[in-house]
Design a protein. Sequence first.
Length: 119
Amino acid sequence: MIEEIDVLEDKGQLIQHDDGPLVRLFIEIWAIAAAEPTIRDVVTTFYAEYTHQVAEFIRHHQPESDPATARARAETFVALMEGATLMRSGIAAHRSPATDDIIRTAAVTLLTGTSATPR
């Protein structure tokens, strides 16, 4: 199970924070969405689907989890990852190994219900 979570860093979410142009693109999209209802609708739809997919992942790994709890954990995971974009990219702060370890542990806990560290 933890091997699947390693995609957070190896191929997925956390590695994207190293891509400066991609991070700046997302920040621009968020800024435009704050002012433009059409873009806000697109962003809202994107995050609704993202959250739904994460909730499905959680339900797969925690079948005993009720849908409301899985959704709350998914929303928290998405918020953690999106906030980490700013904090790990050097735009709002600079990453640190200690913070990265806590982010990974929190992500694994949210996704799997365990407090195991993925490394």
